[in-house]
Each structure stands twice: as C-alpha cells, then as structure tokens.
Design a protein around this ligand. Sequence first.
Ligand SMILES: Nc1ncnc2c1ncn2[C@@H]1O[C@H](COP(=O)(O)OP(=O)(O)OP(=O)(O)O)[C@@H](O)[C@H]1O
Length: 293
Amino acid sequence: MKHAIRVRGLTKRYGEVQAVAGLDLDIEHGEVFAVLGPNGAGKSTTVEILEGYRKRDAGEVTVLGQDPARPTREWRSRIGIVLQTADDRAELTVRETLRHFAAYYADPRDPDELMEQVGLTESAGKRIRQLSGGQRRRVDVALGVIGRPELLFLDEPTTGFDPEARRRFWELIEGLAHDGTTIVLTTHYLEEAERLADRVAVVARGRVVAEGDPATLGGRASAKARVSWSDGELETDNPTAAVLELSRRYDGEIPALSVARPTLEDVYLRLIDSADPPAGGVPETAVTIGSAS
Ligand SMILES: Nc1ncnc2c1ncn2[C@@H]1O[C@H](COP(=O)(O)OP(=O)(O)OP(=O)(O)O)[C@@H](O)[C@H]1O
C-alpha cells in the first residue's frame, strides 16, 4: 500500500453547485498535507468524503487501503477527525470528556498527559459549556488524537486560537508527525500551512490548481527577489550583487533596505486569481495552472 490517500477524478454536486469537479490527490504515509483554498472551493466536501461522512458522485478514492464509502469499524478506529465545531458534551467536564472518549480505544493516549499537551490542564474541571471558543477547540483537537490515529484530519484546527495557543498546537502536530501520523489539514492560515506542511494543494472551484512543497509552490523559490530601499526598487535574480552595488553607492548602510521573495500568500493569491472565472462563466478547460494531473 503506497499512499495513505489516493483520489482520482472525484466529483460531487449539490443541486446546481458543482462543489468538487474532478479532483486528484496523492498523500503519502507520514506526510503532513495541507489543503488550501478560498471559501466554497470544495475543501470540506472533499475531506468529508475522505473521512467516510459524505457520498461522492464519481471518482476513485482510497483511504488507508479502503474505500471510505464503505467504512468499517476497524477502519474508523485508525482515523482521527477534528471537525470545525463539535459541541455535544457541554455538561461534562474536560477531564470527564477525555476519559469517556479514551475508553472507546484499545490503546488511548493518557488523558492527563494530553490535557497538558493541548494546554487544558488548568481547565480540566470545567464544564465544556463554560470554556471559551479557543479552549473548546483544544478539546476537539484532544479528542481527535486520543485514539492514536494513523491518519488525522484537521479541519481549520486553530480558528479562534490566540497566538500562544496556536504555537502550542503546532508543536503538538509536529510531535504527532514525528511519530509517523499522517495528517491532512485544511486551513486559511498560510503561515500555519508553511510551518506544518510537507506539501500543500491549492484547491479552487473543486479542483487542485497547484500542489507541492510550500517553499517552492508556483515557482516561489526561483522567483526574482525584490530589492527596495528609500530611493528605489528593482527585481533581480541576484540580490546579493545588487545589495553589494548599492552598498558601494551609499558607501555603507543602504537606507531602508529590504530584500523579499514572493511569500506563500503572494503565490496563493495569484493561483486563486488565475482560477477565478471571467465574467459570464468559465469554460471547462480554463483551469490549467500547476500540476493537477
Ligand atoms: N450540504 C450542502 N448542501 C448544498 N451545498 C453545499 C453543501 N455543502 C457545501 N455546499 C456548497 O458546495 C461548495 C463547496 O463547499 P465546501 O464547504 O466544500 O467548501 P470549502 O472549501 O470547505 O469552504 P470553507 O473554506 O468556507 O469551509 C460551496 O458552494 C457550498 O456552498
């Protein structure tokens, strides 16, 4: 079994809306894979199909060697899911909730250690309904990983987190990845994708329009650098030479110097822009950027 997830030609329509329109994906075992894309691009629909919670119209899908349209109990126990919102345990405390869910698994994580890892120790005795939005999210994350899943789906996991909680969460995910967990993450935070993901796919209008290493996506690494200073700016393949030349010209410190290459956000916005339909609709063949195959 080569890939943890393999998708070919996936489609899903809701009435008039073609939510997924021929999507292909390969995700390897042990990889952290981020799915990026604007609102309504079809990310959640795709992930729900992979999780076995939504039926597809067409296409081939294999997740941990099985078709998620026919989920078995054993298959489900190998998968962890962190949904965008889950709130059916409001009267239990955090500790009770984690203990309750740990009991469903053969080899669960220790609930106390897990509370520590996600920063919930202080809230252990609080009822779920008394928690802030960010704290509830941590409970969701803890429940997603309590069964030591081989494959973990995280749908916008850090929405509502403060910066410190987000960093702690990233460390938790890095630890899981280090232990070999395959992780599929959807996020609107490009910084999060860049920090965590080995590979990203940009989804627009129900298809993958680009995929690859976040550091090189869309020709990012080979793009020209923009050198700017107080009196001007230029684009160059060789910023070091440009800075040396400027330094000579100014005889030392170059005023307000900055050297920048396109950020993941720059590349992402360009990809999304190119995938937007022109007024009056888009012909089926219009989306041809990147390596969608
Ligand atoms: N249950 C549903 N019934 C009808 N239309 C739906 C349903 N779920 C999603 N859609 C539509 O399908 C399209 C794709 O939605 P989806 O939720 O998969 O996008 P997304 O990329 O996850 O967006 P977001 O970033 O906002 O979560 C959207 O146009 C959405 O309105």
